[in-house]
Ligand binder design. Structure first.
Ligand code: PGA
Length: 268
C-alpha cells in the first residue's frame, strides 16, 4: 500500500448469490463499508442481481449519508447492441447501476477462450462507457514452473496497455496468479510484490505519472487472515477477493485491514 493510492477491495461473487441472498449480502457489506474510511469497496454480483443490488446500496448510502459502494459486473460483451444472443453490453450495465466491470478474469480466459486482444478491447470499450475496468492478469502454475511468470503477466498487461493509458487511472489492474485462485494457495506477499512492482514499472515506461496513480490489486485466495500481509506490500493497492467475499463478516475483516493500513500509511 502507498499513501498516494486509496486501497480498493473488490468482491467477485462469481456464480453465487444471483437473487435475494445477493441483495442481503450486498446490504451487509454496504453497512460495514459505510462505517470505514480510507478504503474503497466494490462488489461484483452475477448479472441477475446487478440492478437490485445497485438500488439497495444506493438507498443504504442515502439513508446513512455515506458514499455508496461500487457495483461491478463480472463480464460484458464489447458491442453496444445487436444480435449477440445471451450477451450483455456496457450501456446495459451502466443502466443497471454498475460503475465497474471485471475483464479478463482467468476463468474467462481459460473456460471461455478469451484472448489478450479481446480483453484489451473490453477494457477500451468499458472506459468509453465510463465503466472502470478491473483488468485481470496472471500466470498458470505451469508457466510459473517454467520461469515465465513475468513474461506472461507483462504480455497480458502490454496487450491492455493502450486502454490503461487512455484510462488515466480509471482502470485497475488485478494480478491473479491462476494457481492461487480458489485453491487456498496464496502467493506470498513477496511474490505478489515482485510481480506487481514489475507491472508498475512496465506502465511507468509509458507514463510515469499514471504508474504512480494506477491501482494494482492482488487476487487469489485472499482471506481475512492473509490480507494484511499482502496489503502491506508497497505495490499491492487492494485485493480482488473471490470465495472470501461471499461471507460479509470475512469480507468485512479484509475491508477493515485495508482501512487500518491506509490510515497508518497516511499518518506516516
Ligand atoms: P479466490 O478468487 O479469492 O476464491 O481465490 C479470486 C478471484 O477469482 O478473483
Amino acid at each position: 500500500m502507498n499513501k498516494s493510492r486509496v486501497p480498493l477491495i473488490a468482491g467477485n461473487w462469481k456464480m453465487f448469490h444471483g437473487g435475494a441472498s445477493g441483495i442481503d449480502l450486498a446490504a451487509e457489506v454496504a453497512r460495514i463499508a459505510g462505517r470505514l474510511a480510507g478504503v474503497e469497496c466494490v462488489i461484483a454480483p452475477p448479472f441477475t442481481a446487478l440492478a437490485a443490488v445497485a438500488q439497495t446500496v444506493a438507498e443504504l448510502a442515502e439513508q446513512t449519508g455515506s458514499a455508496p459502494i461500487g457495483v461491478a459486473a463480472q463480464n460484458f460483451y464489447p458491442e453496444e447492441k445487436g444480435a449477440f444472443t445471451g450477451e450483455v453490453s456496457a450501456p446495459m450495465l451502466v443502466e443497471a447501476g454498475c460503475r465497474w466491470v471485471i475483464v479478463g478474469h482467468s476463468e474467462r480466459r481459460q473456460l471461455f477462450a478469451e484472448t489478450d486482444a479481446f480483453v484489451a478491447k473490453k477494457a477500451k470499450v468499458a472506459l468509453e462507457n465510463k465503466l472502470h475496468p478491473i483488468v485481470c492478469v496472471g500466470e498458470t502454475l505451469e508457466e510459473r514452473g517454467a520461469g515465465a511468470t513475468l513474461d506472461v503477466v507483462l504480455r497480458q498487461v502490454n496487450a491492455a496497455m493502450d486502454a490503461l493509458l487512455a484510462g488515466k487511472g480509471a482502470a485497475v489492474v488485478a494480478y491473479e496468479p491462476v494457481w492461487a485462485i480458489g485453491t487456498g494457495k496464496v502467493a506470498t506477499p513477496a511474490d505478489a510484490q515482485e510481480v506487481q512492482s514489475a507491472i508498475r514499472r512496465a506502465i511507468a515506461e509509458r507514463d510515469a505519472a499514471l504508474a504512480e496513480k494506477i491501482r494494482i490489486l492482488y487476487g487469489g485466495s485472499v482471506k481475512a487472515d492473509n490480507a494484511a500481509g499482502l496489503l502491506g506490500q508497497p505495490d499491492v493497492d487492494g485485493a480482488l477477493v473471490g470465495g472470501a467475499s461471499l461471507d460479509a463478516a470475512g469480507f468485512g475483516t479484509i475491508l477493515r485491514a485495508a482501512a487500518e493500513l491506509s490510515s497508518r500509511a497516511s499518518s506516516a
